[in-house]
Write a protein that binds this ligand. Structure first.
Ligand code: ZN
Length: 452
């Protein structure tokens, strides 16, 4: 028997579901109750079959599965976490690690433990630095509870505060360097990487410490954001800020919203919308989208107005067109960073994810919008548009669409993007929309597309 089957055989699904707060009633050989995954139900549409160890909701969710699927959905866990939890409950020992894996795990655990101490260290400095604390409270509108929940801190000015603090506690300079807290001098020796900055702990999707994002306090300091360097446990391209706190909500809402900054994530969570994450101050990566896909396939990009993200989404159109003209493979180049429309389209079809764009109004960042009116956030997100439509609107904004030259330019920019869509019906629909917006006959758009 496999470990998974053994765990299944030892877990009583009726107990498991009951302990999760579902009142079950026996109905013949099965049990029924109210579904824990959707609200406002009037009928007990949730059925548990003890003999097969399975469940199903015949109501709104129309979902079902085994004990693993149940705890994954209930707790927002991935399969590995569900297995660990249920194996422990069932008293089934999971397979041992190899010595290499053991050593690696030990290194990771020690780095994480050091970073947890660093969270406390920076937090302590924040509580003793009223100027910075007041900046977070007054300028960023964060409550003390939020500051505490997200573990915000402050790195004091000076070159060796953290270095002294942690070496006095028995850590070596090498430990601190490996954890990303120190930088190396050209001529040897180390100094504090983070100085006079607001410290934002970055955790992986399971809540384990990975590194820090650090934001300036003085407007003139540079760079505005400074992350931990790449370490064995911190890799910018593989982490999404806030995912540990957002995952449950992402799964429940079946939607993830991506914003551009850490403090935006925090502010929007504070406003009660917890399905929000951000990349690490750089463009999205394929790995980050794959990570999100564990929780949902519906993604909304809420990009700040007039920022790198907004501009980047239009970038790549030229490259796409050139690639098409020269009949080279379309959209295959461009590295692994994305935000630009062609790459986003490519990944959304590869991952079968549905990516929409919400353009934020009035030059406001997400944190300013939720401060102005939290309801507005919901409206903005629900009115997010498919990438092609977003790009269409952006290209036509503030241009004289009655000018034949402008029509021709816009069509030339958009056609390669539309032709890259693999679904023929969608492709056709976008072509029709474009024709309508440009007030031209749709047929003239077809010859523009080289290979269809
Ligand atoms: Zn349900």
């Amino acid at each position: 028997m496999s470990t998974i089957d053994e765990v299944k055989s030892r877990i009583d699904i009726v107990d498991l579901v009951s302990e999760a707060g579902v009142k079950l009633r026996k109905a013949g050989r099965n049990y029924t109750g109210f579904c824990p995954f959707h609200s406002n139900t009037k009928t007990p549409a949730f059925v548990v079959w003890p003999e097969t160890g399975t469940w199903r909701c015949f109501g709104q969710c129309n979902e079902g599965g085994d004990v693993f699927k149940f705890v994954m959905k209930k707790e927002g866990w991935d399969f590995k976490e569900a297995l660990q939890h249920l194996a422990q409950r069932a008293g089934v020992e999971l397979q041992e690690y190899t010595p290499q894996q053991e050593a690696q795990k030990e290194l990771y655990d020690s780095l994480r433990a050091l970073l947890e101490e660093a969270v406390l260290y920076y937090r302590n400095h924040l509580l003793n630095t009223p100027d910075v604390l007041n900046y977070l409270r007054e300028k960023r509108g964060l409550t003390d509870a939020t500051i505490e929940t997200f573990g915000l801190g402050y790195a004091p000015p000076g070159w060796d505060n953290a270095l002294k603090h942690f070496t006095e506690r028995g850590y070596s300079e090498q430990d601190l360097f490996d954890a990303g807290l120190l930088s190396e001098r050209d001529l040897g020796g180390y100094y504090d990487r983070f100085r006079h900055r607001i410290m934002i702990p970055i955790r992986d999707e399971r809540g384990r410490m990975a590194g820090f994002g650090a934001r300036i306090v003085e407007p003139e300091d540079l760079p505005k954001f400074l992350n931990s360097p790449e370490t064995p446990i911190f890799s910018k391209g593989n982490l999404l800020y806030g995912l540990d706190r957002a995952r449950k909500s992402i799964r429940a809402a079946d939607q993830a919203v991506i914003v551009e900054g850490y403090l935006d994530v925090i502010a929007v969570h504070q406003a009660g919308y917890e399905n929000v994450v951000s990349p690490m101050g750089t463009a999205l990566t394929e790995d980050q989208l794959r990570l999100l896909k564990h929780f949902t396939r519906k993604i909304v990009l809420a990009l700040d107005p007039d920022t790198a993200g907004q501009k980047a989404i239009l970038r790549g159109l030229d490259a796409a067109r050139q690639a098409m003209d020269s009949s080279a493979p379309v959209f295959d180049q461009g590295g692994d960073r994305l935000f630009d429309a062609p790459s986003l389209m490519r990944f959304s079809s590869q991952l079968q994810a549905n990516i929409n764009v919400a353009a934020l109004p009035d030059e406001l960042d997400p944190d300013e919008i939720v401060q102005r009116n939290p309801d507005e956030w919901v409206q903005l997100i629900s009115s997010a548009k498919p990438i092609v439509i977003h790009v269409m609107d952006e290209l036509m904004a503030e241009r004289d669409i009655n000018d034949p030259k402008v029509k021709s330019d816009v069509a030339a920019e958009l056609i390669p993007l539309i032709e890259s869509i693999s679904n023929a019906i969608e492709r056709d629909d976008y072509r029709q929309r474009l024709a309508r917006k440009l007030q031209i006959d749709e047929r003239v758009l077809i010859p523009l597309s080289a290979s269809s």
